[in-house]
Design a protein around this ligand. Structure first.
Ligand code: COI
Length: 332
């Protein structure tokens, strides 16, 4: 029987792994994320199934290979935590799930964007502290007369674009390889998008050496001082110091993010105080609440998306067993 050790299994996932295991894989479900310390749980397994929060560097991969693991599949889109080259050198195949419900992340981006755009977090923070005055800082525009800029117009970016379009916004998009305009978005260069947008939403993958700090001082300076920046991609694609400075000095209107730096040491944990967060840059950023809103990387955490992640991972394995290749191989 094909053995799979599944790491980082959340409570809601356990019944789904059981329900969707139509091919009777021999599953070992591990609640903890994969690290060098618990890689032994994969001893004797054919495959591991991980997420973006699992450590999968060359050292871990070498240990996995020593335990006989031949497949490292992730049930998420992002593969920046996997040393694909190291895996390939050891003859280990890598695959991902690029197409779980794109609405999951897109709807969270939309929520963060609209919450800040309508000054809801600012107003709610005040009312909950007993201040019910109608402050001038709550005065807002309406989304149907706003412009939204989507950076990274792939599946999730285009899904968010459609949601904003349905609300009547004008939607600009930037993509490395632009396409002809369509009835949802108008493709443009990055500068124009930054200058014209009231909400800028990021959907680019983090590729070290390529997309790190894509939004820094220079890009933030091009944005309107009322503009909202939203990040549901990866913490590394923005310069966190620059964003914290820009929000604090009102050079942009706000920052809504589902992703931060050093998530491996943060997500899933409970801290007594924000000051205890591993990276001081995160602390500096988060002190700007309510103009900075941070959620705990929960974009994927919807019923349809979590179910898709497991079902499509099983399809990756089924295809591998039938044809020697997963449905979504990563061959970098
Ligand atoms: C991804 O699919 O890449 C995500 O960011 C979600 C994941 C970390 C659960």
């Amino acid at each position: 029987m094909f053995k799979i050790t599944v790491y980082n299994v959340r409570e809601v996932e356990t019944p789904l792994f059981e329900k969707l295991n139509k091919d009777d894989y021999d599953l070992t479900l591990v609640a903890e994320r994969m690290t060098l310390d618990n890689v032994d749980r994969a001893e004797g397994a054919d495959a591991v199934l991980i997420t973006a929060f699992d450590d999968c560097d060359a050292e871990v991969i070498e240990k996995l290979a020593g335990h006989g693991v031949k497949y490292i599949y992730t049930r998420v889109v992002g593969i920046n935590n996997i040393d694909v080259k190291a895996a390939r050198n050891l003859g280990i195949q890598v695959a991902n799930v690029p197409n779980y419900s794109p609405r999951a992340v897109a709807e969270l981006s939309l929520s963060l964007g609209l919450t800040l755009f309508r000054n809801v977090s600012r107003a709610a923070a005040n009312t909950h502290a007993g201040d019910f005055r109608l402050l001038p800082t709550y005065y807002a525009n309406e989304i149907h007369s706003a412009t939204v800029g989507i950076i990274g117009a792939g599946k999730i970016g285009m899904t968010e674009a459609k949601l904003y379009r349905a609300l009547g916004a004008q939607v600009l998009a930037y993509k490395r390889h632009p396409e002809p305009d369509n009835d949802v978005v108008q493709f443009t260069d990055l500068d124009t998008l930054l200058k014209k947008s009231d909400i800028v939403s990021l959907h680019i993958p983090y590729i070290p050496g390529q997309t790190g700090n894509l939004i820094g001082d220079e890009e933030l300076a091009k944005m309107k001082d009322s503009a909202i920046l939203v990040n549901t991609a990866r913490g590394q694609v923005v310069d966190t110091q620059a964003v914290a400075d820009a929000v604090r000095s009102n050079r942009i209107g706000g920052y809504g993010t589902d992703v931060i730096l050093d998530e491996d040491a943060i997500i899933g944990k409970q801290f007594d105080s924000l000051d205890d967060l591993p990276n001081p840059l995160n602390v500096e950023l988060m002190k700007n609440y309510p103009n900075v809103l941070v959620t705990p990387h929960m974009g994927f955490f919807t019923e349809p998306a979590v179910e898709d992640m497991i079902r499509i991972s099983f399809e990756n394995f089924a295809n591998t067993l039938a044809n020697g290749e997963p449905l979504y191989p990563i061959n970098e």
